[in-house]
Design a protein around this ligand. Structure first.
Ligand code: Q9C
Ligand code: ZN
Length: 694
């Protein structure tokens, strides 16, 4: 029978949705008014969005009350509870900054205590109301967030672990409610390390976290968020981590994880209630997350969870630092809990190749505990339904409509302020997704990368899906992992100095010492020579600076001014190499001795360099050539080069750093490069180099 929404007879009552909000939680702020992404405006913006949309009137609204110390002490040490209780008092005025500095990524002021106790108390109260059935579901708009806080310490903007306090409360203080199985879903872009540790041995709490991992390089860095962390003792199998290998994950990636990991396991576990650590820093445009989940994407994930536990869901705010996408996403979630049904079109049809790989790894790791994971995923599921990451990088700079390679169009991009202080979302009310859809979807088919490149071919993906597991009797070294992944991505490495001469460049790949060099190179781990070479002119100034190098002795070496300057053209020789090889060149070019175990320049760095035109490698602060520039793309692959930092260029200009002609050996290497590369005659080359000045 058809149901008419307007028919009073069939009118179904809306679910009772509780909202918890209390302005007092805005008092937690930086001590001297410094900007910080975890700011009071976050919850104000959400509340304003909900009010404007008229949904607060359709919900039951609650204020917060401070949690009792004894409830917090269920998951935190007494010492930590006491510290947070007292740290905002006057007696701590002089010590507060120092205490905050003892924690990782924490600030404290005179409003922090109250906010922390209100946030935990608010989440606890709302959870209790859902558990008793007073409300069907709830959204607690609280701060500070909680999921990084560990039993004895504040961390990652979190003072108390709000969700953990609430879960512990249900299990140990409201046994009368008969809640024995709690599912905690943590979709904040960061791993919920605190929550994981608190329920590590506990089978009454199934902790599920999907987060950026980047081989252990993403906050909170280390192994805690790896898929191998499955819990111990009675809790073995009740901890599930889905670690993204890189940024840019979006709706399709999250939905694939929902369909092939979270839904099957939730079905088997059959939780009594779901607590959602609802961080929205995986949202498109978030300054910290670098992922691309849309409000509709969140809404679909939530809707899927509502099938379990009789719809008893309590969502607590965790991260989320782009005020606009944060508030739009929370609104989408509240609407979903209110029963809004809309058929969202699939916004982003394909998960990344890496997503299928991660899904396979997680299912394999957990299959001893969840029989449903023992079924092999049908190959048809992902073959042809995945995209290599590099596609996405390119779509962000929108290749021209005719598909020609010479494109570097200026698309309005989401500004990524690395400190996450301010985000410019661009025009009016357009969400970043709009830009992405405009710029991403159509050019995909026009890029023919991957077809001839076996590294990105579909077959190799299907095979490699389980590859890391096969090797893993315990651990796969992260070095092997990143190498195997980055060896599958090609880039053009643009050379404007001695590397223009092929025998010299090959030293970086194959090892050795070409004519004129005073020291040998160790080469790359992958000694495969460049797959292709071509030349190009770029609009950056070439100049020579510094006065001595280990390789060439006395004299300056080549730099490219980081800024474009349409008046000058510089010859660049492009070598098609893998991103793994590029990492090895980067190490050698900056005289970094050891293999760092992690890639200095990974897929998200490529994304960042494509978006921002330049990027510096992970964790490297010093080195003459640590500024990686994006010089456009060629045949669908990014052209990157490395040069000095912009501030170095200024120092060269002002004379603080020496500008210096190259040595004879160095100059003749450059000339050979240009001549053998058939770019210039010898005379022209000499003249060209003489004219290169800053
Ligand atoms: N290099 C939440 O989203 N980043 N916390 C510190 C230091 C800390 C995020 C970077 C990110 C914490 C709740
Ligand atoms: Zn977060």
């Amino acid at each position: 029978m058809e149901e008419s929404a307007t028919s009073p007879l069939n009118h179904r009552r809306e679910p009772r949705v509780g909202l918890l909000y209390d302005e007092r939680m805005c008092r937690h702020d930086t001590p001297n008014g410094e900007d910080h992404p975890e700011c009071p405006q976050r919850i104000k913006a959400i509340w304003h969005e909900l009010e404007s949309a008229g949904v607060t009137q359709r919900c039951l609204v609650f204020g917060a009350e401070e949690v009792k110390d004894s409830y917090v002490a269920g998951v935190h040490t007494g010492k930590h509870v006491d510290l947070i209780r007292r740290v905002s008092s006057r007696q701590f005025n002089s010590r507060r900054k120092k205490i905050a500095a003892n924690f990782n990524s924490i600030y404290l002021n005179d409003g922090s205590s109250e906010s922390a106790f209100l946030a935990a108390g608010g989440v606890l109260r709302l959870t209790e109301k859902v558990a008793t059935g007073e409300i069907n579901s709830g959204v607690a708009i609280v701060r500070p967030p909680g999921h990084h806080a560990e039993h004895d310490q504040a961390m990652g903007f979190c003072l108390f672990n709000n969700v953990a306090v609430a879960a512990n409360f249900l299990l140990n203080h409201r046994t009368d409610l008969g809640i024995k199985k709690i599912l905690i879903v943590d979709w904040d872009v960061h791993h919920g390390n605190g929550t994981q540790k608190m329920f590590w041995n506990d089978s009454h709490v199934l902790f599920f976290s999907v987060h950026r991992f980047d081989y252990g390089g993403f906050y909170p860095a280390g192994d805690d968020g790896s898929h191998m962390m499955i819990g111990e003792g009675l809790g073995a199998g009740f901890n599930i981590n889905v670690p993204w290998e890189h940024g840019l994950c979006g709706d399709a990636d999250y939905h694939a994880v929902w369909d092939h990991i979270l839904m099957p396991v939730a079905d088997s576990y059959n939780p009594d209630i779901i607590l959602l650590s609802g961080g929205f820093d995986a949202a498109m445009g978030d300054p910290l997350g670098g992922c691309c989940v849309t409000p509709e994407g969140y809404s679909i994930m939530l809707k899927k969870l509502m099938k379990f536990a009789d719809g008893k869901i309590m969502m607590a705010l965790e991260g989320g630092y782009n005020l606009k996408t944060l508030s739009k996403s929370v609104l989408a979630c509240v609407n979903t809990l209110l029963g809004e049904t809309s058929n969202f079109e699939k916004l982003d049809a394909k998960p990344f190749q890496s997503t299928w790989r991660v899904i396979c790894k997680v299912r394999h790791e957990l299959s001893p505990f969840w029989p449903v994971f023992s079924e092999q995923l049908p190959k048809e599921l992902f073959v042809g339904k995945e995209k290599p990451l590099i596609y996405e990088c390119f779509c962000r700079v929108a290749p021209s409509q005719d598909g020609s390679s010479e494109t570097d169009s200026e698309v309005e991009l989401i500004k990524d302020d690395s400190d996450g202080l301010e985000v410019d979302l661009g025009r009016s009310d357009r969400l970043p997704i709009d830009d992405l859809i405009d710029n991403v979807t159509s050019p995909l088919s026009k890029l023919n990368i991957g077809n001839e490149n076996e590294a990105t071919s579909l077959d190799s993906n299907a095979q490699s899906c389980l590859e890391p597991m096969v090797m893993a009797d315990g651990m796969v070294s992260s070095a092997q992992l990143w190498r195997s992944h980055l060896s599958k991505v090609d880039i053009w490495y643009g050379c404007y100095g001695s590397n223009m001469w092929m025998p010299r460049f090959l030293c970086y790949i194959q090892g050795g010492q070409a004519e004129g060099m005073q020291n040998p190179c160790r080469g790359s781990k992958d000694k495969t020579p460049p797959k292709d070479i071509l030349w190009k002119m770029v609009t950056h100034q070439l100049f020579f600076g510094r006065s001595y190098t280990k390789t060439w002795g006395e004299g300056g070496v080549a730099f490219l001014h980081p800024k474009t300057n349409d008046a000058t053209k510089t010859h660049v020789c492009l070598y098609r190499i893998t991103l793994e090889q590029f990492n090895d060149v980067l190490l050698q070019e900056n005289l970094l001795e050891e293999d760092p175990g992690l890639p200095l320049f990974d897929l998200s760095a490529i994304d960042s360099v494509v978006q921002n035109k330049s990027a510096t490698p992970l964790g490297v602060k010093e080195g003459w050539y640590i500024n990686v520039l994006y010089l456009g793309n060629e045949r669908g692959l990014p052209i990157i080069t490395m040069t000095c930092m912009e501030k170095d260029a200024e120092e060269f200009k002002s004379g603080q750093l020496p500008l210096c002609r190259p040595s004879k050996a160095y100059e003749s290497t450059l000339v050979k490069g240009l001549v053998e590369g058939k770019q210039l005659s010898e005379e022209e080359a000499v003249d060209y180099l003489r004219k290169a000045t800053l």
